[in-house]
Design a protein around this ligand. Structure first.
Ligand code: M6R
Length: 610
């Protein structure tokens, strides 16, 4: 769970590496480092802390090198410290690594017996020593790396430079993401595209087992384990560099919240045929016959994506009448799920790299299910291993708290449910067109929903000092109560729970008092009267109710101390609209409590370890 970057070209590598690391900091931020080859040989600079600490530690040192690698770390083996920070070095070999070498202990013991001296507690250091041991036997960097890789078990994306071959950057990928930026006479390697987006938009996505040998004259790719060259064409990325920057907002999270109208519009774009009343699923690659015969759908994900899965169950069952089961990926992979014939497993993942989700996806495939991946990151592992893909086009999400990725996942699930229902004859063309019309209005409605920001800020100011928060929802908005609570916990460190409102009297009602605000989701739907009763129950016990309700709903006014009014939309789209004030509330609470919004403590953006 780290970010790596590498550069080879004619510019000074140091600012390029630092800049790239800042774009990758969302992947981990407990220590960082760079290495470069300059006129005095190899230089390594590392420190515990964030990229800004690394930057200040090298300020004024006038470092130069036209080749180099960098790393931002989220500790897996060895506590965060300077000596465990990457890059790691053995002799003239320097390595940055994202992933885990599972057999590092055995390898280290064997290398020690052969006289290798280790200076860190990391699994990564064995890679440098292994490569060094082969260069000592007379192999060049490329060949030595290939030989070293044969010993490694686990996941890795690695960047390597060597003092004795200063014109060569070697990069390898196995189960951890790695992309190559193709500039003019300059090349980049990185864990993610924003790291080099300001320099080039032409990208090669490496597949498992592929190694790139990069010089200033070009990139050669080979399949390491089959020992043969691989031809790959660069793809042109349409993201602009500013899309990966804060764009004037104080935090990435806020920027990403405000990007939702655009992100949702992009996810819908090109996918509706109003005339035929059909969803265009070109990339989807699952046959209509398969969709017609489906008996069961499993939705599997982690965290916020799991909340999307819960909403997806309501959408799919209601529109397409196919039974759904929802699983947390880390449970699914170990619970011996029964997957009947004719099942589809939908995995939902923003990053496409979440370890538990990938393990569940692989388990589902092993058990014979077809897998559809709803994912935001093109080129990531989940969509590449799936039978079908549905990309959400929310653009890079940098804030650790997932916002626009969530609402675009819900948009994708809405489209999928309609497609499935139409194929199976569960919705008429007329009904499909009505659902399309509502969807086409959604970006504008989200824009409107964002106007509650000032009201939400006032509420946040009022409740910023509370210790606990309860979120209540019903039906399709019950998962939104879970999502509101998760977001508050994650970035403001306030204890919060999401509950199906009907369950309140079976336990949590005992918690209600003047000190615990209760946020109730009250859209205009078939269970509105029920949630109003739940609000009454809270009020009569001295609790404070914040109601998020549909515009024109006067019934909630007398039951709540604060009301946030949301534009009206159809039942299936209310979770998207009602999420907006909840994400804003968590954001403002975190800012008011002086928390690190984009990089909350102990968390990382993509959880690529179990
Ligand atoms: O990349 P993924 O969607 O697979 O990530 C899943 C969770 O780790 C993620 O949603 C996490 O819960 C977020 N930090 C929530 O804001």
């Amino acid at each position: 769970m780290c970010g790596i970057i590498g550069y080879i070209g004619n510019k000074n590598a140091i600012p390029i590496l630092i800049n790239g690391l800042k774009r990758l900091e969302y992947r981990g931020y407990d220590s960082a480092g760079i290495s470069f080859i300059g006129s005095n040989g190899i230089g390594v600079r590392r420190c515990a802390g964030k990229i800004k600490d690394l930057e200040s530690s090298i300020r004024g040192q006038r470092l130069r090198g036209i080749i180099g690698v960098g790393h931002t770390r989220w500790a897996t083996h060895g506590r965060p410290s300077e000596r465990n920070a990457h890059p790691h070095r053995a002799g003239g070999i320097v390595v940055v690594h994202n992933g885990i070498i599972e057999n590092y202990f055995e390898l280290r013991e064997a290398l020690k017996k052969n006289g290798h001296v280790f200076t860190s507690e990391t699994d990564t250091e064995v890679i440098c020593h292994l490569i060094l041991s082969y260069t000592k036997k007379g192999h060049g960097l490329e060949e030595a790396t290939k030989k070293a890789l044969k010993h490694l078990q686990g996941a890795y994306a690695i960047g390597i430079i060597s003092e004795s071959e200063p014109d060569r950057l070697v990069a390898v990928k196995n189960d951890s993401p790695l992309v190559i930026g193709m500039g003019r006479g300059e090349y980049f390697i990185a864990s993610d595209i924003p790291a080099f987006l300001r320099y080039t938009k032409d990208v090669i996505i490496l597949d498992n087992g592929e190694m790139a040998t990069i010089t200033r004259n070009g990139v050669e790719i080979s399949d390491v384990f089959r020992d043969k060259p691989v031809k790959k064409k660069p793809v042109r990325i349409t993201w602009s560099p500013s899309m990966a920057e804060k764009g004037g907002y104080r935090h990435f999270m806020l920027k990403e919240i405000y990007e939702q109208p655009r992100a949702i519009a992009d996810t819908i774009r090109g996918r509706l045929s109003l005339e035929k009343a059909e969803v265009n699923l070109n990339e989807f690659s699952l046959k209509e016959t398969l969709l017609k015969k489906l008996n069961k759908i499993f939705l599997v994900a982690c965290g916020t994506s799991w909340h999307a899965a819960l909403v997806g169950k309501y959408m799919i069952e209601d529109m397409a009448r196919v039974p759904c089961e929802v699983d947390i990926a880390s449970e699914f992979r170990y619970r011996k799920p029964i997957i009947p014939r004719g099942s589809l497993v939908i995995v939902i993942t923003q990053s496409g790299e979440t370890a538990d989700t990938l393990a569940a996806q692989r388990e589902a495939k092993r058990l014979g299910a077809k897998v559809l991946s709803i994912c935001n990151v093109i080129g990531s592992t989940s969509p590449r291993e799936a039978d079908g893909v549905f990309f959400t086009h929310s653009g890079p999400e940098i804030g650790v708290a997932s916002t626009k990725a969530f609402t675009t996942q819900l948009t994708a699930l809405y489209l999928f449910s309609i497609a499935l229902a139409k194929v199976r004859g569960a919705l008429t063309a007329g009904a499909v067109r009505e659902l399309f019309t509502d969807l086409l209005q959604l970006p504008e409605k989200v824009e409107e929903a964002l106007r509650v920001n000032d009201t939400v800020l006032k509420i946040a100011k009022k409740f910023r000092h509370v210790r606990d928060f309860l979120y209540l929802g019903r039906g399709i908005n019950y998962p939104i109560a879970l999502e509101g609570a998760l977001k508050l916990k994650e970035i403001s460190y306030i204890h919060a729970e999401g509950y199906p409102a009907g369950e309140m009297k079976h336990g949590p009602i005992a918690l209600i008092d003047n000190n615990m605000p209760v946020l109730a989701l009250a859209p205009e739907d078939s269970v509105l009267e029920k949630i109003i009763s739940n609000m009454e129950e809270v009020k009569t016990r001295g609790g404070k109710v914040i109601a998020v309700a549909s515009e024109g709903n006067s019934k909630v006014l007398s039951r709540a101390s604060h009301v946030v009014l949301m534009p009206r939309t159809n039942y299936y789209l209310t979770p998207i609209i009602f999420t907006i004030p909840l994400h804003l509330l968590a954001y403002h609470m975190a800012v008011l409590r002086k928390c690190n919004v984009d990089q909350p403590r102990n968390l990382a953006k993509s959880v690529t370890v179990e």
